[in-house]
Design a protein around this ligand. Structure first.
Ligand code: SF4
Length: 131
């Protein structure tokens, strides 16, 4: 293997969203030790966020789902935890292909264990039955 390539550092710039300071993090991984280094953080929470975003970025799934027999045609839904960013588009497709039946209470589980993540998709509000 090319020595230069094997020593190449894959640096990413990530904005920390934990607090309004929005620190600009420079995150890189040592190719030999695999240690992830974070620079530009003003506090330890930024280091933790930078490592997490570099190694396994996750996002909350927030979208809507079709409702049958409800007062409204769709209901806002969200995941109970952040899911891997790489699965987000597929997870939205699963929600788009699913519909639920009114009445629905806020917090009801509408999809359990989406994409085998052990994370549920729940209702973000109540929807009553259409009169
Ligand atoms: S690194 Fe710390 S101070 Fe900077 S944005 Fe993140 S949480 Fe805020």
């Amino acid at each position: 293997m090319d020595e230069k390539a094997s020593n190449e550092v894959n640096e990413k710039e990530i904005i920390c969203v934990i607090c309004p300071n929005s620190c600009r993090l420079r995150v890189s991984q040592d190719p030999k030790t695999k240690e992830i280094n974070v620079e530009g953080n003003l506090c330890p929470r930024g280091k933790k966020y930078g490592i997490s975003e570099y190694s396994n970025p996750v996002r909350m799934l927030i979208t809507t789902m079709r409702v049958e027999k409800g007062k409204l045609p769709v209901i806002p839904v969200r995941s109970t935890e952040a899911i891997p960013k790489s699965l987000l588009i597929e997870a939205v497709k699963v929600v788009n292909d699913t519909h639920c039946l009114a009445p629905i209470k806020m917090g009801d589980i509408l999809i359990d264990n989406i994409l085998n993540t052990k994370i549920s998709v729940i209702a973000s509000r109540d929807i009553d039955v259409k009169n």
